[in-house]
Design a protein around this ligand. Sequence first.
Ligand code: FES
Length: 158
Amino acid sequence: SKRSYHEKVLDHYNKPRNVGSMAKNDTDVGTGLVGAPACGDVMKLQIRVDPNDNTISDVKFKTFGCGSAIASSSYLTELVRGMTLEQAARIKNTEIAKELCLPPVKLHCSMLAEDAIKSAISNYYTKNPKAKVTDLGGTGASMPKIEVETVTASAATA
Ligand code: FES
């Protein structure tokens, strides 16, 4: 039927990749926690960064949300592994939505994934300010906005 999830969504939903957590206080780990105000769904995404080349060496997520949000975060973890922070910060939710064939009503679910990776990168930069200096490629200017979203998400889970 028209309302059923696309098979790619179901695949990620049934076999989510990289579910889990990392030690939040590890200096090499960036944690993003974001929420979607419209539905209350929450996504936690963590990245482990190789400080030698600023690439994402590992990534884990936990999503309390709909099937599209789980699929979006699962797909995102596969997408960002091996990327530099700068590359990962440029991921747009539309790429995720396109890959998973999300309908318009589910676009905000993929937005949650975009917000989550940006929030995780922002958190990593906060812990490792020097990494940001060596990795500024024009994306840095948009970072402060993400802190606000992180605060919103924390409030949503409280
Ligand atoms: Fe809100 Fe999917 S319905 S994240």
